[in-house]
Write a protein that binds this ligand. Structure first.
Ligand code: ACO
Length: 361
């Protein structure tokens, strides 16, 4: 039996910060509202292309695994904020890192893109079709935000993470996983005014907006993640007490608390960084996993439980058995080009563009 061990990990968090107080300078909100409803204090705003973040995260993961990019035979990139419709962004990252022996696939399942990627990579390694897979998850979601929408704009941020999966005979890596989709709620989270379903003749075309049913998503997310977690534990004949650390999708502190309570996971075993980055969609789990390793919260042989949900509504959970190595073999010095602007300065022309349109209509 082939297994797929996680041997490398890395993240890329853009430097420009947008705090709750910054948001309150241009929309009717407050640090008190955002902190108490979501736990988010600040988020990052990307000043480069999404593929630049993905490339840096991938370079860190490769160094951590002590691999040359030419050894990678498949790249799976989970995101909904790709550089362009064509070519796929996985191929742009492939070229940037020099992974000339890889195939490259984009996965668009919103926040679940990373876990969907992990599930697919693991299955392909088990069949013997691939041996060394780079799985990336991340988002440049500020690019698609309607900055006039306080109910959505305060929730999200930009970041990217990556892991390397390598074939092994040892029983390690993603031992159990379950992914799914509640197809009756496709409109609960929707980015509108972009894509071939929207008229190119409409004045709204290319002004992204959101359908967002926050409370519906909240309820469904907790239920779906809890039952997926129970299912993966059952697959391995384990109980929640066997889990050493949980690394869930970071959408909202209240969702994390509700999920932990529902499945009986003590809060001190739940990795949380939503206060620093907000919801970075497909980026949350690989970034949180990397930070859990940086903070020595993952120990050799640990069981790591992951759970996620996102637009679709897609959902999933995965149970990883960690190997012996919990520190990177090498550190990469890859980083984004410096950014001289603050988060607010980057966003200013985009906020103005929406204001001008609203004034004109
Ligand atoms: N600042 C101040 N007030 C606000 C803000 C804001 N940023 N946003 C909304 N409000 C107001 C509303 O207008 C409403 O006012 P009203 O009572 O006068 O009408 C009031 O606050 C309460 O709004 P609710 O929507 O009821 O607030 P709720 O407590 O449900 O919290 C939230 C909203 C945080 C969005 C919550 O429902 C949630 O976290 N849902 C999960 C959503 C999520 O994280 N999805 C992630 C998936 S996204 C993806 O996959 C791409």
């Amino acid at each position: 039996m082939q297994y797929a061990q996680i041997t490398g990990w890395g993240k890329c968090v853009p430097p420009a910060v947008l705090s709750n107080a910054d948001l309150a300078t241009f929309m009717d909100t407050s640090d008190e509202w955002i902190s108490s409803r979501t736990g988010i204090k600040e988020r990052r705003i990307c000043h480069v292309n999404f593929s630049d973040m993905a490339t840096v995260a991938a370079q860190h993961a490769l160094a951590a695994a002590n691999l040359d990019a030419s050894e990678i035979d498949l790249i799976l990139l989970g995101s909904l904020t790709m550089d362009s419709l064509c070519p796929n962004t996985a191929s742009i990252v492939q070229n940037a890192i020099g992974a000339h022996n890889a195939a490259s696939i984009d996965i668009n399942s919103a926040c679940t893109g990373f876990l969907y990627g992990l599930h697919i990579a693991n299955s392909l390694i088990q069949t013997g079709a691939h041996k060394k897979v780079l799985v990336i998850g991340g988002e440049f979601i500020s690019h698609y935000m309607n900055w006039a929408r306080r109910d959505v704009a305060v929730l999200f941020g930009d970041a990217c993470g990556a892991v390397i999966l390598e074939a092994t005979n040892e029983k390690l890596g993603l031992l159990a996983s379950r992914i799914g989709c509640e197809m009756d709620t496709t409109s609960a989270i929707q980015i509108t005014n972009l894509g071939s379903a929207y008229s190119r003749l409409s004045d709204d075309f290319l002004y992204p907006d959101w359908n967002f049913e926050g409370q519906e998503v909240f309820k469904r997310a907790v239920k779906a993640m809890a039952s997926a977690c129970e299912e993966v534990l059952q697959q391995e004949g384990l109980s929640i007490d066997d889990v050493n650390i949980m690394v869930p999708h970071q959408a909202n502190q209240r969702i994390l608390d509700a999920l932990a309570k529902r499945i009986g996971m003590p809060s001190d075993k739940v990795m949380v960084n939503v206060h620093k980055y907000g919801n970075t969609s497909a980026g949350t789990i690989p970034v949180a996993l990397t930070e859990a390793l940086e903070q020595s919260r993952v120990k050799p042989g640990d069981y790591v439980l992951m759970a996620t949900f996102g637009a679709g509504l897609t959902w999933g959970a995965g149970l990883v058995k960690w190997g012996d190595r919990v520190s990177p073999v090498h550190q990469s010095d890859a980083e984004l080009p410096p950014c001289k602007q603050t988060g607010l300065e980057i966003l200013a022309p985009h906020i103005e563009r929406y204001r001008a349109k609203a004034a004109a209509s």
